[in-house]
Design a protein around this ligand. Structure first.
Ligand code: ZN
Length: 462
């Protein structure tokens, strides 16, 4: 068994464009992607696409399939997965570790891989359904919203409304029903002893990890009558919400190249940005960003730029929920050592709500949103010249607290240059930031001390 680290190293190192070119020298650049006639079936007009951003290939013609560098070599050379992986490892000078793992871990891994396999096949089934003429309206919706290229390459799918489609298909193929139940792709009607599909009448988006393994799904209701617009996979050994990031498979290379991820609130926003050619956009799967997700992003790039949802503020509030979301999550990104910026999306005409998914139709639109340093942006949003002295002092404390999380001195100096536009005196900002720094250090010390005292039994919890 080839270790996961080896496979990850191969996929990190492989360059899909030069790899495919060795087999098909005619591969030519067209826009962001490369195209040629498919090497796996006969054709006269090129329908074989290679995406350097995603590091994937896809045949839009008769094959209607795609994959990564390893699966390309499997198909081109007629190799098995381990053969293709070894072949590439040797070529890129990567030591091919055969994994030795304790029995318990091995079982867990095999179980996880089995679940990913079931997900992969379910994703393929959903994708076939989306392209079935019977479901033309679902395809039309998906293509209108995301474009046909994104729909095919991201592997979007459709879960039919019947409620039995996946069950029947999986059972006919002899899938292990227990794994499907564990993934919550199907559920059991205890009274009747029958099974039914979890996703019904939904547009299905596979959630992948950065190596394109299908961890789970998020699915949009197409009936228009369901209260739950987006339904995500439930927690399982294959999918952990707090560790999963929508779009990371597509965003990884581009983020490493630009040293930057765009962070948006919803998976469909990230999908729409990818479709518009902004490949380094990612989103959490409902709710706030987590420490686990931040740590993963940090391996890919040092900078993050938030793009908010723009919604009208509630009565008596200065800004909308999307702005508050960015303030909270921007702080978490600072705590993880990112250089953080914001491109503030304004309300749509007539003070109507909009989000990155409705805003972006092309990459050029990024230029319409001015990039601002995160703390300077918070400061500008909080600060109101009309506020009384008390309020202003509060703002300064809050801004200084955020500023004190910036470790890089040059950046901090640049920020202070921005802050003096609000409150003129640099010394006021400097001393407030220093106070915030010391307060944090003291709080940490106190916490450690308390932990120590607790550990040794000097503090008793009531
Ligand atoms: Zn083909």
């Amino acid at each position: 068994m080839i270790s996961q680290d080896t496979i990850n190293a191969i996929l990190d190192r492989a360059d899909i464009v030069s790899l495919v070119r060795e087999y098909v020298p005619e591969l030519t650049k067209r826009g962001a992607n490369w195209t040629c006639c498919c090497p796996f079936h006969k054709e006269k007009t090129p329908s074989f696409h290679v995406s350097p951003a995603r590091q994937t290939w896809h045949c839009f013609g008769a094959c209607a399939e795609g994959g990564n560098a390893i699966s390309f070599v499997m198909k081109a050379e007629g190799m098995t997965f381990p053969q293709a992986a070894r072949h590439l490892a040797q070529r890129y000078g990567i030591d091919c570790y055969e994994a030795e793992e304790p029995d318990g871990e091995r079982e867990e891994r095999l179980h996880r891989e089995a679940l990913w396999g079931v997900n992969e096949r379910a994703a393929k089934f959903y994708a076939e359904q989306l392209h079935d003429p019977a479901n033309a309206s679902a395809l039309a919706y998906a293509q209108e919203r995301f474009g046909s290229e994104y729909v095919a390459e991201a592997g979007l799918g459709f879960a039919p409304a019947s409620g039995r489609a996946l069950c029947d298909h999986a059972m006919a193929r002899g899938e292990n029903i227990d794994l499907l139940l564990e993934l919550n792709l199907v559920a059991r009607n205890e009274q009747r002893g029958t099974y039914y599909d979890f996703y019904r009448n939904r547009l299905v988006f596979p959630i992948r990890d950065r190596y394109r393994r299908v961890l789970g799904f998020t699915a949009r209701d197409l009936s228009g009558s369901n209260e739950c617009k987006y339904l995500n996979s439930k927690e399982s050994a294959a999918y952990h919400k707090k560790e999963s990031i929508y779009g990371i498979d597509e965003a990884w290379r581009e983020a490493a190249r630009q040293e930057l991820f765009f962070l948006v609130e919803g998976a469909p926003d990230a999908a729409k940005m990818h479709a518009a050619g902004i490949y380094n956009a990612v989103a959490p799967l409902g709710g706030a960003w987590t420490a686990e997700q931040m740590q993963m992003l940090k391996k890919g790039a040092d900078c993050v730029c938030f793009i908010n949802d723009a919604d009208p503020p509630k009565e008596g509030e200065a800004y909308g929920a999307g702005i508050a979301y960015v303030m909270k999550n921007g702080r978490l990104a600072l705590e993880h050592g990112f250089t953080v910026s914001v491109r503030e999306l304004p309300l749509a005409e007539g003070n109507r709500k909009q989000d990155p998914g409705s805003f972006f139709t092309s990459k050029a639109q990024l230029g319409l949103l001015k990039e601002e340093e995160f703390v300077a942006w918070c400061a500008r949003t909080w600060w109101n010249e009309e506020d009384n002295l008390n309020l202003k002092a509060e703002h300064i404390t809050r801004i200084a607290d955020l500023s004190s999380l910036i470790k890089d001195e040059t950046r901090l100096e640049m920020l202070i240059d921005e802050l003096v536009k609000l409150k003129k005196r640099k010394d006021i900002w400097r001393s407030a930031i220093n106070r915030a720094k010391w307060a944090r250090i003291d709080a940490k010390k106190a916490e450690r001390k308390e932990i120590n005292l607790r550990t040794y039994g000097f503090i008793e919890d009531r």
